[in-house]
Write a protein that binds this ligand. Structure first.
Ligand SMILES: Nc1ncnc2c1ncn2[C@@H]1O[C@H](COP(=O)(O)OP(=O)(O)OP(=O)(O)O)[C@@H](O)[C@H]1O
Ligand SMILES: [Mg+2]
Length: 261
């Protein structure tokens, strides 16, 4: 029995594996020791015997041996994302895009995970702009955005009257390129999430292409629970010629990898 806990920049995710199978999972809002302990206690109760504990994620660095009720091991987040990506995709080679608080690109080839870098545009951007511009949490911003249509954005068709090559007329030429203060919050929410999703989609494609993995992209992180952002990322990746999927349990990728390393 192994418990993997990923303490991120915003949230804490934990999983319980028994005989190589995912048996239980738990997500907690917050990234402090108490959130990791909450995850651990929940999962330990579900286990049929003694558990080994493995921690990962940026927040795990601050946790000391004496803070935890049982011994634990720490593993690097990049390795954990790579291993989790292999498990969730069912493939040995995979390009993992982790959309956590920030976004990280990890290429896995021949069982080796390599960090290619990332972008500061990620879940934290979604969270922060939701609060500042819309005055809501990410989930209600998304509900609001579903009722918007993208009026703030300038399309390729708006500029040239048609598509250009493989880029269709409806593709975005400029996010907020025809912004107007008169459109209201629904449109603001829509175009904000669109800009975030499109930026991540385009960057994922170019990053994956540098290692020949643009047809083999897997996206993960808690943003995978937000259908509209997910749709913007997926549509953009497709438009660029990439193949990108969000597998089930994508928000637990690093926790799963930690448990399996
Ligand atoms: N209900 C929610 N509560 C908290 N965050 C949410 C919620 N719904 C969506 N999110 C998004 O998920 C993001 C965090 O994702 P996740 O938990 O995967 O990141 P993390 O592991 O904390 O960060 P990192 O991997 O960068 O260290 C938040 O920034 C927010 O935009
Ligand atoms: Mg994370």
């Amino acid at each position: 029995m192994i418990i993997g806990i990923d303490i991120g920049g915003t949230n804490t995710q934990g999983v319980l594996f028994e005989r190589g199978k995912l048996k239980a999972k738990r997500s907690v809002e917050g990234n402090k020791l108490k959130h990791a302990l909450e995850c651990y206690r929940f999962l330990e109760k579900k286990a049929s015997g003694r558990c080994r504990v493995v921690l990962t994620g940026g927040g795990s660095r601050k946790i000391r041996k004496r803070d935890f009720p049982v011994p634990f091991r720490k593993v690097g987040e990049i390795q954990a994302l790579g291993k989790g990506g292999q498990y969730l995709s069912g493939r040995g080679s995979i390009f993992v895009v982790s959309i956590g608080t920030g976004t990280a690109f990890v290429s896995v080839k021949n069982g080796r995970a390599r960090h290619l870098g990332g972008t500061g545009v990620g879940g934290g951007t979604f969270y922060g702009l939701s609060k500042l511009l819309i005055g809501r949490d990410p989930d209600s911003t998304e509900r609001m955005a579903r009722r918007g249509t993208g009026k703030h954005d300038l399309t390729v068709g708006d500029i040239v009257g048609s598509g250009i090559g493989r880029i269709p007329a409806k593709a975005t030429a400029s996010n907020f390129g025809r912004a107007s203060a008169s459109y209201g919050k629904k449109e603001l929410a829509h175009s904000t999430l669109k800009m975030i999703g499109e930026t991540i989609g385009v960057m994922s494609y170019f990053a994956a292409k540098t290692v020949g993995q643009e047809k083999n992209i897997m996206l993960c992180g808690r943003v995978s629970l937000n259908p509209l952002v997910k749709k913007f990322i997926r549509d953009t990746a497709k438009l660029m010629g990439a193949k990108a999927e969000f597998p089930e349990n994508a928000e637990y990728c690093a926790a799963i990898g930690a448990a399996l390393l």
